[in-house]
Design a protein around this ligand. Structure first.
Ligand code: GTP
Ligand code: MG
Ligand code: ZN
Length: 355
């Protein structure tokens, strides 16, 4: 972190004077803290070190052990020791955990944020993509956090009501809020999600205005922002995940823009994000209906009658295929790890049996 970034980083924590202000949610009595140890929250992460806040100050910390598992992510509560040489001893159990399949190979799970209460999907009001929002909501429902959809740069949309209607149709049980950092529309609605110790995370593509919104909520230029390119794409201005404390209480977790979003395998998230399709699927004639060519398929009948719903069903089926693939892949990995473990045991048993 450069010194300029570091000073604005410190600036964002002058409202914090205890771990309760950081959202501490565990009982300390009889808790996991040994002597000389204290709890701290990860407020920023790099590859192999973290910035943590212990309620008094921000410290730069590294792992006590190379095998620290899980690897802490922004939002995590960790047990630390020391000050000058601050060490992360362990990671406390996560209350919520937002994950996606890693971009590219998509064979590993990537934890985006831990211990957040609300995750806001940010999409530009002028070109909000319902398919992408469905995918993001699937992951959020699996995370344990409450989802929220923010249609950003709301003042630039010609027919805002139409956009809200189109997006609300794929966001069952989720608030869809138009916001503008330029005019202030919707900002108080977002602030109402905050509250003492509550954490809101912002996710979405690059350039939608996540960091700008954090600055507006903070009443300060805490984070760097940049204009989108002439082709409308963002510049990936934010490169790491930061937790920022707001003046009125509560914390916001800003994330780097993500090009695509593949939820990590979890059937529950899919069933919640697509509750309408899921409910129809229960009415198919065959309980193992693949909704392809089977007779008496309630899902296909509904899709044939409604083009907009058909696109949603396609999205649901694609996610189901992806998640089945991820689950199989994961099983194969576990199996191979198990085989190695057995091989090692057999080797050592042979070794000890030798006279
Ligand atoms: N018109 C308009 N422009 C906005 C609004 N909010 C943000 N912007 C502009 O959008 C551009 C991108 O904003 P950022 O906040 O950097 O976007 P981001 O989502 O953090 O992008 P990454 O960090 O790359 O993921 C900047 O030029 C902002 O000034 C808004 O409400 N209205
Ligand atoms: Mg940003
Ligand atoms: Zn069916």
């Amino acid at each position: 972190m450069s010194s300029a970034a570091q000073s604005s980083f410190d600036l964002s924590f002058h409202h914090i004077s205890s771990i309760d202000d950081l959202g501490w949610f565990l009982a300390v009595e009889g808790g996991p803290l040994g002597s000389g140890q204290r709890a701290a929250r990860v407020v920023a992460q790099s590859r192999s070190s973290w910035h943590v806040h212990d309620g008094t100050t921000v410290l730069h910390a590294r792992a006590r052990s190379r095998s620290l598992d899980p690897r802490p992510v922004t939002g995590d509560w960790v047990v630390i020791s020391g000050t000058d040489d601050c060490l992360v001893e362990s990671v406390l159990p996560r209350r919520t955990q937002l994950t996606r399949a890693e971009a590219g190979g998509r064979s590993a799970e990537q934890v985006i944020a831990a211990n957040v209460d609300v995750v806001a999907v940010c999409a530009p009001a002028t070109q909000a993509n319902p398919r992408r929002i469905e995918r993001e909501l699937t992951a959020i429902w699996s995370s344990g956090a409450t989802p929220l959809v923010l249609l950003t740069k709301a003042e630039t949309a010609d027919d805002l009501d139409a956009v809200v209607g189109e997006i609300a149709a794929v966001c069952l049980g989720v608030d869809v809020i138009p916001v503008s950092s330029a005019t202030g529309v919707g900002v108080e609605h977002v602030r109402a999600q905050m509250g003492h110790g509550r954490t809101l995370a912002l996710i979405g593509p690059s350039g939608v205005g996540k960091s700008t919104l954090v600055n507006v909520l903070s009443h300060a230029e805490v984070l760097a922002t940049a204009a989108v390119r002439s082709d409308g794409k963002g510049r990936h201005t934010t490169t790491s995940r930061h937790l920022v404390a707001l003046p009125g209480g509560g914390l916001v977790l800003d994330t780097p823009g993500m090009r695509e979003f593949a939820p990590w395998a979890d059937g529950d998230g899919l069933a919640s994000a697509f509750a309408d399709v899921d409910e129809l699927a229960q009415r198919c004639r065959f309980s193992d209906c693949a909704h392809a060519t089977e007779p008496g398929c309630a899902v296909r009948a509904a899709a044939d009658a409604d083009e907009v719903f058909a696109a949603r069903v396609d999205s649901w089926r694609r996610l189901q295929r992806e998640q089945a693939w991820l689950a199989r892949r994961n099983d194969a990995r576990l199996e191979s790890a198990e085989r190695k473990r057995w091989a090692a045991m057999v080797r050592s048993a042979r070794g000890s049996a030798r006279p």
